[in-house]
Design a protein around this ligand. Sequence first.
Ligand SMILES: [Zn+2]
Length: 80
Amino acid sequence: MTIETLNRINAMLTGTGQRMDKLCPECDGEGQIEYERTIGGIDNGGSPWQEYEPYLATCETCGGWGRIDIDPFDDDDDLS
Ligand SMILES: [Zn+2]
């Protein structure tokens, strides 16, 4: 199947020829997600401490792109 054929199929399915991708639902298009990690240690007084530290990491769903491809043959989104 050629690229041209795929493009025609996409245009037929969408009716508008728009790009076959959508905003990533995991990161809302940011490309990064804020996770939390646990940090801790022993303070100067010898007492253990532990807390959560937020950090940004690349969204695994979209790989940091912020958008994900729509599979024209996967109509799960249309089913309820
Ligand atoms: Zn994402």
